[in-house]
Design a protein around this ligand. Structure first.
Ligand code: ADP
Ligand code: MG
Length: 348
């Protein structure tokens, strides 16, 4: 019942080939000790987080240094755990969560490049084996595209699913598929299959830009064990935890991405839900006594994240930024957003 702060870590990706070719200068420098310094004409600021990963940090080091392993363990212990990646389009959110793009079931990424998700799956299944397979695992995978919830596990092009609220469950999605799995291959394939169904569009900042928010949730049920020494041989109560991975669609300026028509409708929907998320975070960052009404209902995204952000969840935020001088204003906005999030508390 104690308050827990959101854990916020920052990842600065390397300059891309294109950025290097056109002569972009890096303006973000890690100072060690969880701080970064942004130095550009008229801008000179330092920001601190629980951890900062610079361009040279490996995927494995991000997994170990972000506290992701502990989050997996807490989910097994019955907590609702969420990790979300946010930042400008092209800042490395999907890379951090899943590794490089264009992976397929027959051609997965090199093990060293796998992201937080696959590493968490391995960790979960290892723990599951050591628990003597008394953990029942299942997964759902949804996307929010243009304010509609779609099922990424459904093989048919699915229609929008209704989002409902109940006193016992809070906000939930009706009729979502929930698939049981027992092996690492099975959950890794669900992730790849679902990701291929995600809406992406090519635009100026990222050739495979995700145009939707994607939420993969793993439900972990530890079944009651009949011989539990602590209870004198009686049954242990069963526990139910969740581990949710959220890949947010990137914030962007319509002008910079060259979006028009349908793309700008998407961009406006994305920006509106991110704005609502930002607004909820600002309100949640106020001390508990001074909090006013939190407008979770203003977007589907914030409804689905209500528990992780303000309720009983344990949350890790991974803010992603590009070091390039050209991304300065988006980078500063991500850094401010992330700094506010550091003050948000929940009661796990
Ligand atoms: P986002 O999901 O934020 O839009 P991506 O994850 O798709 O961005 O990353 C944009 C590009 O940058 C991709 O080509 C990706 O492979 C590359 N990239 C991102 N982060 C890294 C990193 N830490 N190391 C190497 N390449 C990266
Ligand atoms: Mg992406």
């Amino acid at each position: 019942g104690r308050e827990a702060r959101l854990r916020v870590v920052l990842r600065v990706r390397p300059l891309t080939c294109m950025e290097t070719r056109r002569g972009d200068q890096p303006v973000v420098h890690s100072l060690g000790d969880g701080t970064v310094h942004v130095s550009a004409p008229k801008h000179d600021a330092t920001f601190g987080f629980s951890a900062v990963f610079d361009a040279s940090t490996s995927q494995e080091a991000v997994f170990e240094g972000s506290g992701m392993r502990q989050l997996v363990e807490l989910a097994i212990d019955g907590f609702s755990c969420t990790v979300f990646a946010f930042g400008q389009t092209g800042s490395g959110k999907t890379y951090t969560l899943m590794g490089p793009l264009n992976q397929t079931e027959t051609q997965p990424a090199a093990p060293g490049l796998l992201g937080l998700m696959q590493r968490s799956f391995s960790c979960l299944l290892e723990q599951s084996r050591s628990h003597g397979s008394d953990l029942a695992l299942s997964a759902s995978y949804l996307e929010i595209y243009n304010e509609q919830v779609r099922d990424l596990l459904s093989p048919e092009p699915s229609c929008a699913l209704p989002l409902r609220w109940s006193k016992t469950r809070g906000f939930y999605v009706e009729n979502q598929l929930c698939v049981d799995f027992e092996s690492l291959e099975a959950i890794a394939n669900l992730l790849l299959q679902g990701s291929q169904r995600r809406r992406t569009s090519a635009h100026a900042l990222n050739r495979h830009s995700s145009r939707s928010h994607a939420l993969l949730t793993i439900y972990i049920r530890s079944q009651a064990v009949s011989t539990c020494p602590e209870l004198g041989g009686g049954a242990c109560p069963s526990k139910q935890g969740t581990l949710c991975f959220v890949d947010l669609a990137g914030s962007e300026r319509v002008k910079e991405t060259g979006s028009s028509g349908e793309l700008s409708v998407e961009a406006n929907n994305i920006n509106r839900s991110l704005l609502t998320l930002g607004h909820c975070i600002s309100l949640l960052a106020k001390p508990q006594g001074k909090r006013t009404y939190i407008p979770y209902r203003d977007s589907k995204l914030t409804r689905l994240l209500a528990r992780s952000l303000g309720g009983s969840g344990i949350t890790l935020m991974v803010a992603c930024i590009s070091p390039s001088s050209r991304c300065l204003s988006e980078t500063l906005s991500t850094l401010h957003y992330a700094s506010r999030a550091c003050r948000v508390t929940t009661r796990p």
